[in-house]
Structure formats: C-alpha cells, structure tokens
Design a protein around this ligand. Sequence first.
Ligand SMILES: [Zn+2]
Length: 509
Amino acid sequence: MFATVRNAPLYSHGGGLSESRTLQSRHMPETDRDITIYRADWVLPVAAPVLPDGGVAVSGGRILSVGPAPRLVAEHPDAAFSDLGRAIIMPGFVNCHSHVEYTSFRGILDDAEFGDWIISLVDVKASLTPDEYLVSARLGAMEAISSGITTIADTSYGAATLEAGGAAGLRGRVYLEVFGVDDSRFDETMADVVRRLDQAQAAAPELFDVGLAPHAPYTVSSRLYQAVCDLARERGLKVMSHVAESQDELTYIRSGSGKFAHDYREKMGWERMLVQPYGVTPIKYLQQWRVFDRDFLAVHCVNLTRDDIRILRDTGVAVAHCPKSNAKLGCGVAPLADLLHEGVRVGLGTDSPASSNIMDMFDEMRTMLFLHRAVERDVSVLDAQKCVRIATLGGAEALGMEAEVGSLEPGKCADLIAVDVSRSHFAPIADPYSALVYGANQDDIRLTVVGGRELYRDRVHMGADADAIRSTAVAVREKLQDRVRTGAVEIGGADSGWWQTPAHREETV
Ligand SMILES: [Zn+2]
C-alpha cells in the first residue's frame, strides 16, 4: 500500500553550496571578533550538498556563512576558531513530538499494550506534584541537549517544559494539553484553557512559543475540540493533537465501543457521558469539524486510509512521525512513504520517555528506516539522507519554523550540533549520512549550540549541574515507586482520574 519517494526533492531551499563559493548572511557583524567559526571534516547543511573540510561562521546567534573552512578563515582572520576535527557538523535535530515532563516515567510501563498503557499512565501522572514534574522536565531537557536536539515541540499540561526548556537554553514550542468530554463543563474548561494559555504566554522564555493541544479525539468532545482550535486561530497559535494512533482509537470513533469507551472513560469519571459512534476514521471525524489547516500538527497518524492521506494533503496538515513509540506500544507503522509521496510535511518525534524510553534522534532515524524497509520489503523506500532531512528540516517545516531552523543556511538561527565520528565504529566513512543514520547514537554528540550559545561540549553541560538534575529526577522516581508500594497510587486501578485528585478539585471547583 505504500508508494516510494525515490524522486522526492531533498533540497528545498536556495541553490545549494559549492566549494567554490561561500554564502553570506546580509547581517554583518561589526568585527571578526564577534564571529566564531566551527570547522569539521564534514559539514552537512541539509539544504545543500555535504562540504568536506567545512565550516560554519556564527555571529550574534545567527549563521553568518557556510562554506569551505579555509575560505571562512581567510575571510575572517580574527574570528574565534573551533576545530572539531573528525566530526560532522549539522543542524540540530528538531524533535516534533515529546513530553519531557514524563522523563521520570522512563521504563515504567514497558510491556503494556497501548490501551492499558494510557489507562495506567493516568494513575502515574496523577501521582507527581508540580515540582516533581519540573524535575522530570529538567532531566528531559538536559537529555535533549546532550543528544543533539536543539528544537522541541513538546506537549505539556502544566507547562513545566517552558521553565525547564527555557532554563536549559533549548528552542521550541509547548502545546498546552486540553482534556474534557463533559460538555456540561464546557465553559469552565474553556475558561481554564484561556487562563493557562495567558499564564504560559506570559511565562514563555525568549526561544519558546505556546500552542494548544486538544489531546486526542477520544479525550476531547467535538465541541471543545472545535473551540480550542478556534481559540488558536483567533490568537494565531499552532495546534497539535494525537490522531489515528491506535486501533482502540479507531474502534472508539467508528463504533463508540472498545477499551476507550469503557475502561478509559470509567478511569476518567466520564462513564455517564454518552458515547456516539461516528462510523468514520479519526481523520474524517476531525475533518468534519473544520479543525484542519496548515497550523495543525497531527501526531502519530498510524492508522490512515488513502482518503485520510488525501485529506491531510488537501488541508495542509503536518504529521509528526514517532516510529519507535508506535512500534513499542504495538500500534503499528505509519504510512510514511505515502505521506511523503503526497507532499504532506512530516517531521520525526521521539514521543515521551514513558513510551520510547530515550530521546535519541539517531535511534529514531534508524528505526524509521529499518521499519519502513522491512514493512515494504523495499530498500528504495527510504535512505539515510532522507532520514536526516526529515529529522531536521522536515521537522522545521512541519512546525512552520523552517525560516529559522532546520538547516545550516546564512541568516538562520545558529542551532547546530557536531557528531564525533572519530571512534572505531565509524571507520571508515564513505558517506557521512550513512555514518549518522546507521552508526551514530546520542553518545556521539560532541557539541550542541542553540542560538549561537554552546550548551553542551565534550560531555559537559555548560551552566547546568547535570549530576544534581539527574539524581533529583531519580529520587522522584523512587518516591513514585514508594507511593505505588504503599498503595497511595494504584497503577491500573479505578477512580484515580487525574483531575479528580484533591489538587485539581480545589483548582476547578
Ligand atoms: Zn504524545
């Protein structure tokens, strides 16, 4: 059922860089002293061919020029020079879907199938305090940086990501999560959304913006879903939602039955609300509410019909592909080749450590490539270069951030990483794309720069106490396990829906 994308364009911007010329930004710094030149054996601009012995000149948080290193040095003799040696400099990864505040849940529900996993997650989520969520988010933000992610599109209920991501120096967007199927509480739910949105926008650090996330078609009523999307349009905000992820979701939307109609609604205290069978796929269900447009990011999209794909194409919706999470939870494999073939913007997401354990975009690229080749029984369906593009510029396009990030081009933000390829598992290197996708992992990151600021170099987090963040997060997990042991949290038990907790009741009554 999948098409190949053999002839899809790889370079969407500009005319490409050659060794004979250097592209320069229009923004010129006062003197060479404001410039840093990063050099490595290879530079992968993504939007242009690979440069051997390449360099990237950075100034004022932006990329000034990309070209052969000797030429950049000759042009800026007084610039600071950082030679990363046998390394690959490339744009930082754009992680199109994460929940960094769930980092403390890593490995907690490794063998649950999707429906049980999400039901158990309700209990786990209810058991952390806001401070503990912040600790968890800090660990996630730190892991993102040390694994070469420079932009995250994170989904969060309490916006802990804004504080953690901002403090860590990441760039990104936080989509505020909205739940609710009880339309008798519509007004108070919307008032709460507006209040949280105002708060989050006021608190957003410089490199973050805020969007809205109606969680999924099975956790948000159609009326609330439309109202949240209308609010986003009014305020010019982006929208994200988990869509067409599992068979349970399909059964719920089509037939009004299954695990989400029964167990999940009971867990959330929604069992008295009417469930309507809509008889259509989740994509068609959402399309009728006119919530789809270019600002909508549909996360997962595992279960799509050909009609669904055409709807995504025609409405301009972008997709966040999370191959490891979908595979681990037994959901399936999204029809990536068809989506790309139809010109749908697709980015790559790690999802949360509660589902995919690590936020390693190399692992995610490799899994994506292997899964699709295995399913298709066709090696031409995806190659290493396309994987790198999806994990960088493709993600930026899916988020509407391609003018700023996703490739190394003059004028764009200086968000770049260096991958150390000096170790034996990389020798020899014929093609740097191959080295990145087939050989690298997050431990090979040597340098992470966001907006010209070095956040991580040679295993050291600049300006952050990594050991303290790690040990505090481990302590949160131990406290959670204690609560489970003493019966304060009953994983999988009934009536512990998270907004039925005392803290939530105080807030909403
Ligand atoms: Zn998610």
